[in-house]
Design a protein around this ligand. Sequence first.
Ligand code: CAO
Length: 439
Amino acid sequence: MATEQINIPDIGDFDTVEVIEVLVSVGDMVAIDDSLLTLESDKATMEIPSPFAGKVTKISVTVGDDVKEGDYVFDIEASAEAAAPVVEAPAQAAAPVAAASEPAPVAEVAKPATVSNSSPAAIAAASKPINSQTMGAASHASPSVRAFARKLGVEIDKVSGSGPKGRIQQTDIEAAIKAVMSGQSSAPGQASGGTGIPPVPVIDFSKFGDTTTEELGRIKKISGKFLHASWLNVPHVTQFDESDITEMDQFRKDQKAAAEKQGIKLTPLVFVMKAVVKALQDFPNVNASLSPDGQSIIKKHYYNIGIAVDTPNGLMVPVVKDVDKKGIYELSRDLMEISAKARDGKLGPADMSGGTFTISSLGGIGGTQFTPIVNAPEVAIMGLSKAKMQPVWNGSEFIPRLVMPFSVSYDHRALDGAEGVRFTTTVGNYLSDLRQLIL
Ligand code: CAO
């Protein structure tokens, strides 16, 4: 049995954060991912999970200490079967992510925390996806309130906070319990997620034939929560459209050989990113988030595009920064780099934070249209489908044109239908005639 040293993981942009809770004592047995510590900055609360199963043998931190990335905090005597940490990639709110049930301060970008021990591989492997949305909305509470929630068996991250910055107060825990007792809600943390929606019936499928049960991967479990939260919180509308990309694709093909010489693979996606950003500049409400109280819209004057990447571990959404300031080659390089990092499980917090709009491209695979789920608290997401040659009527004859279907799902609270369709029409026009991007 090896003694593993646990250090403070990557905690995003914070220099130091305060320890507000030590959740284990010497001698405690912990499982992988059990929370060890709660840290709190002025913006968020985050729990540090254990990368190992085993026995806590030393604690070198106390409540009130300020800690920073790399600080040594615990020793864990790893049990034999758990000596190797989990080998999944750093998880992140995967695409179509959403804020937790209570929208968090949207200006604070995602800062996933990772748990670290001495090996960088283990740092990546043991990461736990925590971002300021989940942190702010899910776990922002004082130790006494946490203790109160624990005592009553309430999952605190399922409770909405009414305090400053969404902080959960004792009265919120009491209100949650009251709602359950009065039948207005199911217990926080139960199947319906405290939303009061009726649960899906539980069925023993083996009555009807053989079945196999496999646990969902870590990233799928995480993205599932965000998808569910977005689905429940965001009134979605999906606008379908298509664009004649014949000229765009010809231009891409003309540039392909030259790009390849520089090690770049040019795909339609980078052109779409540029067209989308130009349209976002025309429609600032689309490059925005709603304020937590839903009474204001926060327009962002930077253009960072999240790209849904299909990885062996599940869907991840790295962010390409400053798309408005980059050319096609630079964007292609960025895209190749982040999708490779996503597939290798090497994305860090900075790679996955700060997105303002997301594109989910299934164009390399197939399909005619789909309805992507908004990556809340962003207000819109684009879905790209596969371009196909089609006969298009030009007024006197049918001519063969390359037509790409696409869709944009948006939060109807932020965008009216007319604005939504004006946005999609504008993107489609830019894609049909890329010259407009330089006007
Ligand atoms: N129409 C036709 N062909 C397309 C296309 C489109 N809309 N988009 C891409 N293609 C082509 C590319 O040109 C490439 O062909 P060539 O090699 O002949 O040039 C091929 O399809 C494969 O492209 P790609 O998928 O490797 O590259 P990409 O830049 O289009 O996409 C990435 C990169 C990371 C987005 C993609 O690999 C991926 O992971 N897609 C899945 C995303 C996903 O799962 N989304 C679902 C989210 S659920 O809401």
